[in-house]
Design a protein around this ligand. Structure first.
Ligand SMILES: Nc1nc2c(ncn2[C@@H]2O[C@H](COP(=O)(O)OP(=O)(O)O)[C@@H](O)[C@H]2O)c(=O)[nH]1
Ligand SMILES: [Mg+2]
Length: 363
């Protein structure tokens, strides 16, 4: 019954129904997959753009997010925001602060802001986040901003669910970009140097540009502004960073690559607290989307994401079934003494459990 009410509320685009649907999905309560399945048919396929904003804590992601909300609202776009914080639950100071600061924006009915705590996101945080953004997409938001705190693997996985990933760095990030893991640098489609009002912004820009140049096989391309950059090979189908084979001149035999085939990640200076550079950032994000669209990369990425989603949902269902519908846990408990005493290994016991699940002995 309650499920019906949520579905009807979503149909009527009631924010309260959206909030309830998100809680349902976030906590994987009974019926959440039905809601998602229902919503899936309403995804607008291309109408909504997801923008991931990632970077170290304190870089200014939330401030930038607020500014982007204003920017998109000035273009009459409806904006959904999901702030994912894997470390702090509801009481997290940063989260609370973000909420208060974003309150002004959230009084606008065309803006919806949701903080997602991540305790026990059983199905995997990236999947749950994607499911929550599906709800927002089906609800009709034109832009979805995904703020993820931190630069670890989890944040990368979350950021990858967006079409465009913005990496926010600041001049004072210590040893600069060297401190970031390779994967973090490579995931970004747009680089932002926030707090450009602080000293060191130029140095950081240089570091980023050298890094981007190395990636494209020409470390000094940005140092010669009066010469056209040499053509480079396209990145692979997902629009993200290629391996070394993609760099440099194409081998003979392949058609020459036009520079317009290549996404050259822009580096944009902002002062989020003043709103400087935010319009440029929004334009860069739009350009990246146009690039994905023109190259047919969006459709390909969407296929890959749907395959990945189906796998994740299947795995989640299998896990759930094993723990809820079989007596696997009971057998595990019975074997625990053997494992603790070293008579059997966890692998041995797991294999026995799996065997019995397969033959239906634990059903
Ligand atoms: N000087 C300066 N401070 C900024 C700028 N952008 C944000 N801040 C401040 O940096 C602090 C952290 O910002 P916040 O948006 O919460 O960072 P987040 O943790 O990345 O979301 C806040 O006190 C902001 O007011 C900027 O461009 N320049
Ligand atoms: Mg924040």
């Amino acid at each position: 019954m309650r499920l019906e009410a949520i579905l009807e509320g979503l149909e009527r685009r009631e924010p309260a129904a959206l909030a309830r649907a998100i809680s349902l999905v976030e906590n994987q309560r009974d019926g959440f997959e039905r809601v998602l399945s229902h919503v899936h048919a309403r995804l607008r396929r291309g109408g909504t753009r997801r923008i991931g904003i990632t970077g170290p804590p304190g870089a200014g992601k939330s401030t930038l997010t607020e500014r982007l909300i204003q920017q998109f609202r000035s273009q009459e776009l409806r904006v959904g925001v999901v702030a994912v914080d894997p470390t702090s639950p509801f009481t997290g100071g940063a989260l609370l602060g973000d909420r208060i600061r974003m309150e002004a924006a959230s009084l606008d009915p065309n803006v919806f802001i949701r903080s997602m705590a991540t305790r026990g996101a059983r199905g995997g945080l990236a999947t749950t986040t994607e499911e929550v953004t599906d709800l927002l997409e089906a609800f009709g938001f034109d832009r979805i901003l995904l703020e993820t705190v931190g630069v670890g693997q989890t944040e990368l996985d979350v950021a990858r669910t967006a079409e465009t990933t913005v990496l926010v760095l600041v001049p004072e990030s210590g040893d600069g970009i060297q401190t970031l893991k390779a994967g973090v640098m490579e995931i970004a489609d747009v680089y932002v140097i926030n707090k450009s009002d602080r000293p060191g912004a130029d140095k950081l820009r240089q570091e980023i540009e050298v890094m981007l140049g190395i990636r494209h096989g020409n470390a000094f391309r940005h140092m010669a502004p009066h010469h056209a950059p040499p053509p480079r090979a396209p990145r692979p189908a997902d629009g993200r960073t290629g391996g070394p084979a993609d760099r440099g001149a194409p081998p003979s035999g392949r058609p020459p690559v036009r520079p317009s085939d290549v996404w050259d990640p822009p580096v944009i200076a902002t002062v989020a607290s003043r709103g400087d550079g935010v319009a440029e950032l929004a334009q860069a994000v739009d350009r990246h989307y146009a690039y994905l669209e023109a190259g047919g990369l969006l459709a390909e990425r969407r296929r890959q994401q749907l395959a990945q989603r189906t796998r994740a949902v299947l795995e989640r269902a299998v896990q759930h079934w094993i723990s809820e519908a079989t007596r696997a846990e009971e057998l595990l408990q019975r074997r625990l003494d053997d494992v603790a005493d070293g008579r059997r290994s966890p692998y041995d016991v797991a294999a026995e459990i799996l065997d019995q699940v397969k033959t239906g002995a634990l059903g």
